[in-house]
Design a binder for this molecule. Structure first.
Ligand code: UDP
Length: 237
């Protein structure tokens, strides 16, 4: 399950990764810790694209469940991802890592729009590129945004940092007998509806042969371990 054979990776972090022990929002100390791990990965020679979710601030589905128009709620969710991207940019730059944020929703005063050739140039110059606002359309998720950017940027793999240590055959929080896969195929993930990323995102990765590595980002030092092929994770591919 080694990340060693990968050079360019897309790291997808759920918004919760920015939350720490809080139940909502951005915890600067947690973002700084994750930024340190991203810096270490960059220093180890990986080219890094980042996508950060927005669930720690707002999810469109939650707004819709309370009566909001889904489209309006989803745009709020996309804006939440921009806030997380700016927090990560700030934390990385405080560590001396050059970054650029590119948003799928244009907001010139805040960040660049998504321009792939420019994004590739940033990587060549050793910058970390943070893609914000998902695919820029409602009814999607940042998982889909991550899969799309991984394909467009020709990433070798998509690393999904989440709060579980891989993909299980059942929900480990509900079923004590749930077993974690070391490796599982795209087809099994889709057929069994396994909790990896949403089906649209998995389908994009399958079609473009991009393996997905699911690991726990809440555990300190885990990104380096997984990239070195040492950590606990599940590889989907
Ligand atoms: N979102 C969207 N289109 C996208 C990406 C995100 O509408 O392409 C909205 C959607 O409402 C979603 C929210 O942004 O719930 C936050 O993203 P997500 O739920 O994927 O964040 P995560 O679960 O990774 O923290």
């Amino acid at each position: 399950m080694s990340g060693r054979r990968f050079k360019r990776i897309l790291l997808k972090l759920s918004g919760e990764a920015a939350m720490g022990d809080q139940s909502f929002g951005i915890d600067p100390a947690t973002v700084a810790r994750v930024a340190g791990e991203v810096k270490a990965a960059k220093d180890a020679g990986f080219e890094l694209c980042l996508v950060i979710g927005g669930g720690n601030i707002f999810r469109g589905m939650a707004g819709a469940a309370k009566g909001m128009d889904r489209t309006a709620a989803d745009y709020m969710g996309m804006l939440a991802t921009v806030m997380n991207a700016l927090a990560m940019q700030d934390a990385l730059e405080q560590l001396g890592v050059e970054t650029r944020v590119q948003s799928a929703l244009v907001m010139n005063q805040v960040c660049e729009p998504v321009i792939l050739r420019r994004a590739k140039r940033h990587l060549e110059k050793g910058r970390v590129v943070i893609f914000a606002a998902g695919v820029g359309a409602p009814y999607f998720t940042t998982d889909s945004g991550a899969a799309l950017r991984a394909a467009e940027m020709k990433c070798d793999a998509l690393f999904k940092g989440t709060s579980v240590d891989g993909v299980y055959n059942a929900d480990p929080k509900k079923d004590a007998n749930a077993v974690r896969y070391d490796q599982v195929g795209f087809d099994r993930v889709l057929a069994d509806n396994l909790k990896v990323m949403d089906a649209a995102a998995v389908a994009v990765c399958r079609e473009n042969n991009i393996p997905i590595v699911v690991f726990n980002i809440r555990e300190e030092g885990n990104l380096a371990r997984v990239l070195a092929g040492e950590g606990v994770s599940t590889m989907v591919g």
